[in-house]
Design a protein around this ligand. Structure first.
Ligand code: GDP
Ligand code: ZN
Length: 331
């Protein structure tokens, strides 16, 4: 029987089978010894009924499509897989109440980029802003390749499009099947990491999109909010079935919320800004930090208006933080 790992505690893994049943299972001995294939939330597995007493065992782990990794400070414990097989990161902010901070949005996007996960941006509470204002204010993100959704739970606007990108299936929505290719189409239930500050309407959105969905996102984020160095696990929540769709999962990700960007090496931060990439390698100095160096191709692009000054500022701010962390936690 095939299934997907919803969560794990103390060596017991909750697996949801393709037919929708859940079983608690442990890893087959031979898999346990294979360090390279440690099981994580999101893994697709083959489940077998045990010989004695009918206990379930995980006999196989399928190859992973992606990994969300947190790196331990100082590399003391190496990297730790928070969740696997995440298809997209969905970052939710509000048009107002709370006021959106682009810098914080950039921080979430960097975490997605560092893990090579496609990201999209949702601006909820559109009813609290003038018509068209959220679209204009966040147009830069759409321009650099992050699909932008403007929604209002209160008005019920933008919800169908967002639902379609969460449940996957054959619903034609632009950019809905990133990561899919001819030989590997997105024919699996889509797994989305939903993240963003509290109070922006994540729980309200899920409840509006999937009536009957009981997840309290706020509750879950509180339970994992134990400080940035606490080891916490992710959990996968099956979304209620939507007709004609393959179904989907939402993973609540302490990995995004808590890890911040301190796992990213400072010199790798520039490549986490997709609009910088065309300019990287063209600076006069190979180790250019794109801050004050003469002949910086990134800053030249900012001056030409090809790279947004606000995004460049975000980069500098984050780079400064990472450099500090690198001193506190030498690699
Ligand atoms: P979460 O912390 O991100 O899960 O946010 P909640 O879903 O708990 O929502 C926080 C508050 O925002 C609640 O009082 C909601 O009723 C309100 N809210 C959610 N969506 C909207 C919206 O589209 N418009 C307005 N005006 N308020 C909203
Ligand atoms: Zn430079």
């Amino acid at each position: 029987m095939r299934g997907i790992v919803l969560r794990g505690t103390g060596g017991i893994w909750r697996v949801r089978t393709d037919s929708g049943e859940t079983h608690d299972a442990s890893l087959r001995g031979r898999l346990k010894q294979d360090d390279a294939r440690k099981l994580a939330v999101g893994d697709e597995v083959v489940l077998e009924e045990g010989e004695r007493g009918g206990a379930w065992a995980i006999a196989e782990i399928a190859p992973r499509r992606s990994r969300l990794v947190r790196r331990s400070p100082g590399g003391a414990y190496g990297e730790r897989i928070v969740a696997t097989n995440i298809d997209q990161v969905v970052i939710v902010f509000a048009a107002a109440q709370p006021e959106p901070h682009p810098r914080m949005l950039d921080r979430f996007l960097v975490v997605a980029e560092a893990n090579e996960l496609p990201a999209r941006v949702v601006i909820n509470k559109a009813d609290l802003a003038p018509d068209g204002e959220p679209e204009a204010r966040f147009a830069e993100y759409a321009r650099i390749g992050y699909p932008l959704h403007v929604t209002s739970v209160k008005r019920g606007s933008g919800l169908a499009e967002l639902r379609a990108v969460l449940v996957g299936g054959d619903v034609a929505v632009e950019g809905a099947v990133e990561g899919a290719s001819a030989d590997s189409p997105a024919r699996h239930a889509r797994v989305s990491a939903l993240s963003g500050p509290s109070g922006v309407g994540k729980s309200s959105l899920l409840n509006a999109l999937f009536p009957g969905f009981s997840l309290r996102v706020g509750e879950i984020s509180r339970s994992v909010n134990k400080g940035r160095h606490t080891t916490v696990g992710a959990e996968l929540h099956p979304l209620p079935p939507v007709e004609g769709a393959l179904g989907g999962y939402v993973v609540d990700t302490p990995g995004l919320r808590e890890v911040g960007v301190w796992g990213v090496p400072p010199e790798a931060l520039d490549s986490c800004f997709p609009e910088f990439r065309a300019h990287l390698g063209h600076c006069r100095f190979g180790d250019c930090t794109h801050a004050v160096e003469p002949g910086c191709a990134v800053r030249a692009a900012v001056e030409r208006g090809e790279v947004s000054a606000a995004r460049h500022e975000s980069y500098l701010k984050l780079r400064g933080e990472l450099a500090e962390d690198a001193q506190v936690w030498p690699r």
